[in-house]
Design a protein around this ligand. Structure first.
Ligand code: NAP
Ligand code: MG
Length: 395
């Protein structure tokens, strides 16, 4: 390796797996050059969360990061960890620094059949992780009265629109988004489609939302025409926009193998639907891609707290490390591409192959064992599973 990989350690069961993965599957094979940041909650608290910002800045500087799952503090965690503050989610800090789009892709294996039987290839969800419902302003309307939407420009010009003349109590909500964020979203999606050689679909509801969703549609279309159409055509790839209800029907009838870009709320809902239908959250990978080409790889699941509490009692757990291993292989491969290191790229491929061969031989953690069909299953704990991958990798 030439350039360091930014390594962000995390919490609970995934922190335990993190060390196991590094010791068994990375260190023996890779002369790892990494810049290590401990984003475990105790260290975030110790540094007043400075470490998260430093890690995010390093990801921007070096361009490739791999992150372990981390606890997002809530009231219960404040007590459990005696925190000084209720820190923001590390992922929110990293996203705010890199300004990216999150792409989630299931790891597909022969013995786990998607609920949708014609899905043959993974479906990648690209979620715009900015604004909309998540930053909406809401009001509980107490009774009769008029609700208005008002904009005051920096130069003093104003627009007013009546939202509704209430004859009774009700609810009210205002959402916003920014062209600059939608543009970044579009660039990330087109770039990722080209890098992964997949078609890109984008869906919203512009027939009903004639300003809001229409803006998303137009920005995607004009960025496509200006910057990506030629490259898409050269590679035989397709970009198309369709209404979200039409998209849902097409996705279900498809055989997979494309990227589905969605607005923030739609992406939240559809990514859980798609990952569940593919089989398991433990098999979902996630990468944050920034518009200027920085990549942060992680598993889509959390720190698997319930398993960790069992681990603390001395029990062996059968926690699935697949998505975390694929975060490592994805980051190493990307580092290999950026620095032109064929050996590193080849190692990433071999590591993934060893994982898939292990699963295809029926050796799997309990979450998958209960779903597998058409293979004689040997359920194993996390350590045994990683050891089985290692022996294949050695072979
Ligand atoms: P979770 O860690 O994803 O786990 C939820 C349940 O899903 C687990 O109890 C387990 O079910 C199953 N599961 C998830 N990953 C698994 C794996 N690798 N192997 C086997 N089973 C797996 O979600 P959570 O319990 O809601 O959240 C725990 C903590 O993670 C929270 O503090 C949250 O803030 C954090 N979190 C972090 C991220 C992130 O860093 N990106 C994302 C989400 C959540 P069973 O118990 O039934 O076996
Ligand atoms: Mg969700």
């Amino acid at each position: 390796m030439q350039t360091p990989l930014v390594e962000m350690d995390g919490d609970e069961m995934t922190r335990v797996l993190w060390k196991l993965i590094k010791d068994s599957l990375i260190f023996p094979y890779v002369d790892l050059k990494s810049e290590y940041y401990d984003l475990g909650l105790p260290n975030r608290d110790k540094t007043g969360d400075q470490v998260t910002q430093m890690a995010a800045d390093a990801a921007k500087k070096y361009g490739v990061a791999v992150k372990c799952a981390t606890i997002t503090p809530n009231a219960q965690r404040m007590e459990e960890y005696h925190l000084k503050e209720m820190y923001k989610s590390p992922n929110a800090t990293i996203r705010a620094t890199l300004d990216g789009t999150v792409f989630r892709t299931p790891i597909v294996i022969d013995s786990i059949h998607p609920v949708v039987k014609n899905w043959k290839k993974p479906i990648t969800i690209a979620r715009h992780a900015y604004g909309d419902l998540y930053k909406a302003t809401e009001l509980r309307v107490p009774g009769p009265g008029k609700a208005e939407l008002r904009y005051t420009g920096a130069d003093g010009t104003t627009f007013n629109k009546t939202v509704y003349d209430y004859e009774c109590a009700g609810v009210l909500q205002a959402q916003y988004n920014k062209d600059s964020s939608i543009e970044s979203f579009a660039h990330s999606c087109f770039k990722y489609a080209i890098a992964s050689r997949q078609d890109l679909w984008f869906s919203a509801k512009d027939t009903i939302s004639k300003q809001y969703d229409q803006t998303f549609k137009q920005i995607f279309q004009s960025i496509y025409e200006e910057s990506y159409r030629k490259e898409f055509e050269r590679l035989g790839l397709t970009y198309f926009y369709t209404l979200i209800d039409d998209a849902v029907a097409r996705v279900i009838r498809s055989e997979g193998g494309f990227i589905w870009a969605l607005k923030n709320y739609d992406g939240d809902v559809m990514s859980d639907m798609v990952s569940t239908a593919f089989g398991s959250l433990a098999m979902m990978t996630s990468v944050l891609v920034s518009p200027d080409g920085n990549y942060e790889y992680e598993a889509a699941h959390g720190t698997v707290t319930r398993h960790y509490y069992r681990y603390l009692k001395g029990e062996k757990t059968s926690t699935n490390p697949m998505a975390t291993i694929f975060a490592w292989s994805g980051a190493l491969r990307k580092r290999g591409e950026k620095d032109d290191l064929p050996d590193l790229r080849a190692f990433a491929d071999r590591l993934e192959k060893a994982c898939l061969d292990t699963l295809n031989a029926g050796v799997m953690t309990k979450d998958l064992a209960s779903l597998a069909e058409g293979v004689a299953v040997t359920p194993v704990d996390s350590e045994e599973f990683i050891a089985a991958i290692k022996s294949r990798l050695d072979a």
